[in-house]
Structure formats: structure tokens, C-alpha cells
Design a protein around this ligand. Structure first.
Ligand SMILES: *[C@@H]1O[C@H](CO)[C@@H](O)[C@H](O)[C@H]1NC(C)=O
Ligand SMILES: *[C@@H]1O[C@H](CO)[C@@H](O)[C@H](O)[C@H]1NC(C)=O
Ligand SMILES: *[C@@H]1O[C@H](CO)[C@@H](O)[C@H](O)[C@H]1NC(C)=O
Ligand SMILES: *[C@@H]1O[C@H](CO)[C@@H](O)[C@H](O)[C@H]1NC(C)=O
Ligand SMILES: *[C@@H]1O[C@H](CO)[C@@H](O)[C@H](O)[C@H]1NC(C)=O
Ligand SMILES: *[C@@H]1O[C@H](CO)[C@@H](O)[C@H](O)[C@H]1NC(C)=O
Length: 464
């Protein structure tokens, strides 16, 4: 092997890097409400505007990953509310994957549903990069996605990794002096605030260790308004049954024509609440008979593919919807859940290998560097397994992931101040009922890319 001899020089000092992600979904802005009346009488049902090409394989892989991650977290934190961003976490892991080799690479690729094959994997990156860029759209709701990598001033990040990251994920690279931990923390927090429209401040409560060499960050921000707002004067305290205990929660009311369905096996019901940008929906899923099959058991029983299939079977129905007003803020460490889905080596000093991200002690010439970063134009000529062998024998720079931190803020409210007179006309006997008065699962999907940007399970809407 070309790099066989260099392997011996494996670094003994351990460098640490952090992957951090931060997200936000506020639906506040009461001031804009008066113009947003539900218009039952004039309602027309328009099909979603979809671009000609959606890479559904990548979106499906990301969504399946997100669903599995959510399940692991539910098992870890029994009956706690959880909010995550599958897209945000997958985006970060993809950037990490780009810099890794060996089993570190294999594990991340496997969990994300990316190919093990180097060339296919490169296409997977390009497609995910495109999807992430296209959710940064110009519509009335606002979805912003941004990546950054903070690198210690002394750390020799591979130039080609920087370039590739920038080309594919539009990732910003910022030099940071992690030895000055207070300054590094402030810089990271400022970046997060900048990229979540000021919604997330003081993201890092404590400084990162001074041994940190790299911190990867992604921020995702979504601000949407319901296409059909809830009716605030009907929001009222009603019982919400979380298992054997009942709490009184503010349940909002909505009615009208919504996409609704009962799953094929009759286990769950699903409702779609559209945002007014005609490209984002929130889907709400709850067990049909929560006393017989609780939320966790339901979610263990099905998978994202089944949910995806059920989405395609939805039809517009007259519905009466009760949905809790929510304000959730979760700050989580994803390490254990990621380990539980098979991403282990990147956390393990010695086993973690980020030879493509950081130029340890390896002396490689340009041709080799192009080859190992898969960015050259001529690499298609080579056997992909040959390149993989070569990559796996690169000297390990001895850097490992210390922690993956994730913060999400989610606010759901009525978004409408004025009532609609003709309530009774819609509360017809034939209406479907979707009462989210027992634990439920929600996810927000961008219909242009099919990426699930946020997902949550709510066990108690009264807990922030
Ligand atoms: C966003 O709007 C700007 C200016 O109106 C336009 O140049 C750009 O192409 C738009 N981008 C997308 C993704 O639609
Ligand atoms: C980094 O910060 C430390 C602590 O403030 C300081 O001693 C050192 O000179 C700084 N290094 C650089 C390259 O600025
Ligand atoms: C945050 O935004 C301000 C104003 O645009 C800019 O000056 C600053 O450099 C940004 N900070 C970071 C860390 O991106
Ligand atoms: C969506 O709601 C916002 C806020 O009221 C409004 O500015 C925007 O025009 C609406 N968009 C559409 C397509 O109705
Ligand atoms: C309802 O769901 C179907 C199936 O997914 C979809 O084709 C249609 O566009 C949806 N309609 C609305 C208004 O969301
Ligand atoms: C780069 O290094 C490899 C082996 O270390 C050598 O075979 C190759 O000729 C070198 N290429 C250039 C352009 O120097």
C-alpha cells in the first residue's frame, strides 16, 4: 500500500472535535395574524408544486435515519418530549463522513444509508448538498440551512476537504483559537444566533475544552404560518391523557378540509397541516386506539417507509382538529443515541479516523491528495476498492468526536386571531376527528425536497 509506511507514524496525541447542531421552528408573530383568516368557503385545493427532479432515495435515507434516531432517543428518555432535526443531524454527519476513513466511514455511511462505494458515495454527497441548498428557498415561510466548521488555528485542515465541503455543502470555514475558550465559545454562539435569525442565543452554555481542534455546526431555522390558522377563541384547557396520568393542556381548535388518513393496518391516524408556503406540511400521527397500542409501541411497530407510503394515500377530508399549543426547547447530547444506531468509532479515541479532514503527519503530493479526497477529475479511472484501501491506510491524525450537541426550539400556536362565523357549517357530522389529546408524533416535511426538517414526539404538551 502506498501509505503503509506512514501508518506507523500514527499520532498519539488525541485531538477532539465537536459536532454541534442547532435548530429552531418558531411559529410566533401574532402581529401578522389578522390577515390570516381561514377561508372555508373559498377554499380551493391546489396540488403541491414540486420540482421535476426530487432525489427521493437520499431524502428517504435521511428520513429513515431520523426516524431511527428518534426511536433510540425515545427509548433512552422514556416518555419525555423530544424534538430533533433529522435533516440537521444528517447534514452534520455527512460533513463528518466526508472527512473520515476506515470503520469510522463505514459506520456513518451505513447509518445515513449512503453507499460504501466511494464513487456512489460522492454522488450521495452532491445530491444531499443540493437538497439542503434547495430548502433555503424564497418563499413566504422561511427555511434557512447553514453549515460551518470551526477549526483551530493550529490544525492543518486538508485544503481539499475545505474546498469540497464548501462546494458540496456550502460550508463556511472559520478559524478559531480554541485555547482562548471564552472567545471560541462567543464566536460559535454568535454564528448560531446569526444563522437562526436571532432565535437561539447562548447556544453553548459552557466553553469547549481547550483541546478541541474542530467543531462542526449546522443551524436550521424554519418560520412558517399555517395555511389555515387555528381559532384562538376556541383554545381551551382540556384533558390530555399521558398514560395513566391526565394533565390539562391548552388545546387549539381547527376545522376544515385537510389531508387525513387511517393507516392500512388501522393502527394509526395521520393528519397533514399545511403551511401557507405551499411547500411545507406538518404531519401529525397518533395511535388510533392509544389504550391498546401506545405511541412508543406504535412507532416501534412501523417505520418511516410505511409513513411515507401512508402520506401518498392521504385524501382531503372534512376534519375537526384539536391540537395542543406547544413551546418546547430541548438541548440534547446525541452521543448515546448515535452509538445505539451503530455510529461508534468516531467517538472512540484511537479508533476514530478523520484522515481526510485533518492532514496529520502524512506527507502526500497533490495527485494523491486529489485521489484521497475524491475531488480530482481523473479518479473515476481507478478502481473504487483500490482507492478505499489506500484511504484506509492513511495515517490516523488521532482526532475523535467528543460530543454531538443538538438544540431545538419549537413553538406551535394558533396563528389567527379572528374567528370564522360559519363554524357549525363545517362541524358537520361526517367530519373526521383528529384530537391530539394523547401522546403523538409530528414531523415537518419540506415537500420540494421531501426532507423531514423537524420531528418530535410529545408526551406532555404542558412541559416546556
Ligand atoms: C431567490 O430570489 C432571488 C431574487 O429574487 C433570485 O435571484 C434567486 O434565484 C431566488 N432563489 C431561488 C432558490 O428561488
Ligand atoms: C490563542 O489564545 C491563547 C490564550 O488566550 C493565546 O495565549 C495564544 O497566543 C492564542 N494563539 C493565537 C495563534 O492567537
Ligand atoms: C454575525 O453577523 C454579524 C453581522 O452581520 C457579522 O459582523 C459577524 O461576523 C457574524 N458572526 C459570525 C461568527 O458569523
Ligand atoms: C403567508 O403568511 C405570511 C404572514 O402573514 C404572509 O406575509 C404571506 O404573504 C403568506 N403567504 C401566502 C402565500 O399566502
Ligand atoms: C393531499 O395528499 C395527497 C397525497 O399525498 C397529495 O397528492 C395532495 O397534494 C395533498 N393535498 C394537499 C392540499 O395537501
Ligand atoms: C506522489 O507520490 C507517490 C508515492 O508516494 C508517487 O508514486 C507519485 O509519483 C507522486 N506523484 C507526484 C506527481 O509526485
Amino acid at each position: 500500500m502506498m501509505f503503509g509506511t506512514l501508518k506507523k507514524k500514527m499520532q498519539l496525541n488525541l485531538w477532539i472535535f465537536y459536532i454541534i447542531t442547532t435548530l429552531c421552528v418558531p411559529f410566533s408573530g401574532q402581529e401578522e395574524m389578522s390577515t390570516l383568516l381561514p377561508s372555508e368557503t373559498t377554499e380551493t385545493i391546489l396540488p403541491m408544486a414540486l420540482p421535476e427532479q426530487i432525489n427521493d432515495n437520499i431524502a428517504l435515507a435521511v428520513n429513515k435515519f431520523g426516524y431511527k434516531l428518534l426511536l433510540k432517543m425515545m427509548n433512552e428518555k422514556k416518555n419525555d418530549n423530544i424534538v430533533i432535526s433529522p435533516t440537521g443531524v444528517a447534514g452534520l454527519l455527512a460533513m463528518t463522513l466526508l472527512g473520515s476513513v476506515g470503520t469510522t466511514y463505514d459506520e456513518i455511511a451505513e447509518a445515513l444509508g449512503f453507499s460504501q462505494d466511494i464513487f456512489t458515495n460522492r454522488k450521495n454527497h452532491e445530491q444531499l448538498g443540493e437538497l439542503l441548498q434547495s430548502i433555503n428557498a424564497n418563499v413566504s415561510s422561511k427555511t434557512l440551512y447553514a453549515d460551518a466548521i470551526f477549526v483551530d488555528t493550529q490544525t492543518p485542515l486538508r485544503q481539499l476537504y475545505r474546498n469540497y465541503l464548501h462546494d458540496v455543502y456550502r460550508g463556511e470555514i472559520l478559524n478559531t483559537n480554541f485555547t482562548d475558550s471564552e472567545d471560541a465559545k462567543n464566536k460559535i454562539n454568535e454564528w448560531v444566533t446569526n444563522n437562526t435569525e436571532g432565535q437561539i442565543e447562548n447556544f453553548l452554555k459552557r466553553s469547549l475544552p481547550t483541546s478541541t481542534k474542530v467543531a462542526l455546526l449546522s443551524a436550521l431555522y424554519f418560520n412558517g404560518q399555517w395555511e389555515k390558522p387555528f381559532l384562538p377563541e376556541y383554545t381551551t384547557k382540556l384533558p390530555f391523557k399521558k398514560g395513566k396520568v391526565t394533565v390539562m393542556a391548552d388545546l387549539m381548535l381547527n376545522f376544515g378540509h385537510f389531508n387525513f388518513t387511517v393507516s392500512e393496518n388501522n393502527d394509526f391516524i395521520m393528519l397533514a397541516l399545511p403551511y401557507n408556503d405551499s411547500e411545507t406540511n406538518m404531519y401529525a400521527v397518533k395511535p388510533r386506539l392509544p389504550n391498546k397500542l401506545n405511541l412508543l409501541d406504535l412507532m416501534e411497530k412501523i417505520d418511516y417507509e410505511q409513513i411515507d407510503k401512508t402520506i401518498n394515500e392521504m385524501t382531503i377530508k372534512k376534519c375537526v382538529v384539536r391540537f395542543p399549543k406547544l413551546e418546547l426547547k430541548t438541548s440534547m447530547n446525541l452521543d448515546n443515541s448515535l452509538k445505539a444506531i451503530g455510529i461508534q468509532d468516531m467517538f472512540t479515541p484511537g479508533a476514530a479516523n478523520f484522515a481526510l479532514m485533518v492532514n496529520g503527519n502524512a506527507i502526500v503530493n497533490n495527485t494523491e491528495e486529489e485521489l484521497i479526497t475524491r475531488s480530482g477529475t481523473k479518479i473515476e479511472d481507478k478502481e473504487s476498492s483500490l482507492i478505499k484501501d489506500m484511504l484506509d491506510s492513511l495515517p490516523n491524525p488521532g482526532i475523535h468526536v467528543d460530543s454531538v450537541t443538538h438544540e431545538v426550539k419549537l413553538t406551535i400556536n394558533e396563528y389567527g386571531t379572528e374567528a370564522v362565523a360559519a363554524t357549525s357549517a363545517v362541524l358537520a357530522r361526517s367530519a373526521e376527528l383528529f384530537y391530539a389529546d394523547t401522546p403523538f408524533y409530528i414531523f415537518i416535511r419540506n415537500e420540494k425536497t421531501h426532507l423531514v426538517t423537524f420531528s418530535a414526539v410529545i408526551f406532555d404538551p404542558t412541559i416546556e
